[in-house]
Design a protein around this ligand. Structure first.
Ligand code: PAN
Ligand code: ZN
Length: 200
């Protein structure tokens, strides 16, 4: 083999860009089903009437260095299926990063959605996710992706290898707003307007 042949290699991992799919032997995969999301959706009655085996979202990602080690970057994609629990659209659990000041990028490749963002005081806002939308998620900001469309919502993400995921805060307290079907369209509705109390 020539020197060139030894030094230049095909990368072991590839992206299928428009499908937001990762290919390669070191790709990690997770599937989140409805049954794992009981704490997250507002309507317990609607939730109870649905099949807990329903797939809500899939994540693929690469960890080129160990999780928790400072200095690296992780790269992955998420596909949130279309659907609702009652009037609430399918969504990710959402989390803060365990190391609070760690930021992240999301960019949408397919579908329609909303990215819910919340600071540590509970101030909540949303950005529209549409093909090509680029979302900078600052540190100390909880983030959740919601599929408001009729087709899968697919987006890429890049985050620091030591960020970690704090799911407990969101599982316990939720976000300050939910994305609900209102008058035939998705709307960001605050928990105050819903009459739900959030303790912080
Ligand atoms: C993303 C998320 C992914 C799934 O890769 O982990 O969209 O959402 P949950 O982790 O909230 O279930 C990310 O934000 N990484 O940090
Ligand atoms: Zn994150």
């Amino acid at each position: 083999m020539s020197t060139f042949g030894r030094l230049v290699s095909e990368r072991a991992s590839r992206v299928d860009w428009p499908a937001a799919r990762l290919e390669g032997t070191s790709v990690r995969n997770s599937v989140t089903k409805l049954g794992q999301l009981q704490a997250y959706f507002r309507s317990r009655a609607a939730f109870a009437s649905m099949d807990p085996e329903t797939v809500v979202y899939r994540v693929q990602w690469l960890e080129p260095i160990a999780a928790g080690v400072e200095g690296g970057l992780f790269w992955g994609s998420t596909t949130v299926e279309p659907g609702r629990v009652g009037d609430e659209y399918f969504m990710t659990k959402g989390h803060f990063h365990a190391i609070r000041n760690r930021a992240e990028y999301y960019t949408t490749v397919q579908g329609e959605g909303m990215l819910i963002l919340m600071d540590e005081q509970g101030r909540t806002r949303a950005e529209v996710m549409t093909p090509g939308s680029l979302h900078y998620i600052p540190g100390a900001t909880g983030h959740r992706a919601v599929n408001t469309g009729m087709t899968p919502l697919c987006f890429w993400a890049c985050w620091p290898s030591d960020a970690g995921h704090d799911y407990d805060t969101i599982a316990a307290e939720g976000f300050g707003a939910r994305v609900l079907l209102r008058n035939g369209a998705p709307a960001l509705v605050t928990v105050a307007d819903l009459g739900d109390s959030v303790e912080r």
